[in-house]
Design a binder for this molecule. Sequence first.
Ligand code: AQP
Length: 334
Amino acid sequence: MKQIVFSAIQPSGDLHIGNLIGAIRQWVKMQKEQKDNEYIFSVVDLHAITVKQDPAVLKEKILEVVAIYLASGLDEKKSRIFVQSENPDHANLAWIFDCVTPFSWLKKMTQFKDKSLKQKENTTVGLFNYPALMAADILLYDTDVVPVGEDQQQHIELTRNIAERFNKRFGEVFKLPKGLIDKTTARIMSLQDPLRKMSKSDANESSRVNLLDDKDVIVKKIMRAVTDSDTKVLYDREKKPAISNLLAIFSSLSGRSVQDIEREYVGQGYGKFKKDLAEVVVNALLPIQERYNKLIKDKDYLKKVLNDGKEYVYKKSSSKMKQVKEAMGLGVRL
Ligand code: AQP
């Protein structure tokens, strides 16, 4: 049965292997294997500005993310790609959801708690409302499936709750979407602290491998990754979180099972394992970087992909917004 698939990434910094393994590779795999589905992927720049951004850098990062999507295997003939702020319906519906969503629901969001701790006095109302905008992104397109990393699970549940609440009050307007989370790869951890998620906004550059890092930088970051106190290459998230994280990366990027990799490194210690992991990461990123370097120069092509994407999604979202306004008694039609 045909399903509508929607997902997105914020252009809030350099994309890293967590974004690739937890999100983009899942999208590419679905696009290849489930050909009947409709795929919509966004670069969510309105989410990025919930924390401070330099306008010139943001502009660059938006195109960078689009080129990374395409370089990683999204096919513009099968997937619609667009920039969120180019479709005003996202912000419109987010405001409506702000007025439907109880304050107490947003107060429970762990991502807000974490990020507001870091932002302190600079914490914005937008950061608090972020999940209502995310609900709008998803619900505008009658989305069935949202492939994401584990950190977004709570936001997907909230999206369903908002849709249910709206439908109860105003009639059946929104479809209830499901999150698609691959348990083994959905949470790639920091290379410097395996108890924290690998994140674009981590101030420590060594905490992540960026998708556009040079070979030498990748090797250095992997060789410097923290390890656990013994020397065995074994997967055990509780007792050996650092090596388990490296094994998850190794397995995901090489396509080999964790058990197979464990067997290869029995009695070998961490040095050889990390050296080989660095090679696996470099080999996985090199073809993406080669394609990216060509694509980022082809501005006409990128512009065409984004214009086509915008036109397509705007048609869909305007019809949904008509339904929403009609159901709520908004606007005038004489
Ligand atoms: N470490 C991760 N492991 C697995 N998946 C991850 N994702 C992010 N980090 C990891 C998934 O990537 C998609 C896009 O995420 P996002 O950029 O929109 O927001 P985020 O989750 O907040 O990502 P970051 O890197 O932590 O960004 P900052 O630091 O700017 O907040 C999502 O599907 C996410 O689950």
